[in-house]
Design a protein around this ligand. Sequence first.
Ligand code: GLY
Length: 251
Amino acid sequence: GQHLRKVLAPCRVAVITDSTVAPLYLKTVTGSLEGAGFTVCSYTFPAGEGSKNFTTLAAILEFLAEQRLTRTDCVAALGGGVTGDMAGFAAACYLRGIRCVQLPTTLLSAVDSSVGGKTAIDLTAGKNLAGAFLQPAAVLCDTDCLRSLPAEVFADGAAEAIKTGVLDDEGLFALFEDGTLTTAPDEVIARCVRYKAGVVERDEKEQGERKLLTLGHTAGHAIEKCSGYAIPHGHAVAAGLAIIARSAEAL
Ligand code: GLY
């Protein structure tokens, strides 16, 4: 709450979260926001990529309208990549766009998806096919949240971080080889965010340089879709990175 007061005057904040994160952190976040003078309401949807669709989007938009949020109010995405996408896209659509803050709780959302303003839902035809660019008013990453991540979910984020290591420089990549990601994730997150912020500042709407950030994602998205989203995003991106690296070497 105190951090958000630096960028937002007191207003209503609609915290959007999922059924995994709500029992862990919703009460803490609500208390912190209320303690800083915000009025808080919250909406929780079932966790998982299966929720990243029109039905959930419509439910969130109806909730924002029932709560009578105005353009001076704010949406807060509390959770991982799916929550950031859902809350961000809802904020971009509601009243033709209200502010959104991102509160990432997974490694994947900390190193990648909470930064840069991409929001989307999946269509039957494929992943992330409807969405909007909405730059968050703030991204607040409390790395203590990473302690509650199952190893499988941590690994999802590792894939996106390693992607950034491949794109950025050998210094960042070396942090994956010496174990820094697990012992000092803050340093890895900071470097990934700094790199991504630079790319997005130069090419917000992905006309050129930002396409680099989709390294491994063409095959990765196909793998996710063909598995019926049983293979999570980070694991699919890891496979996609391996496929594109082998192809590049072969060429
Ligand atoms: N996750 C890739 C991008 O934000 O451009």
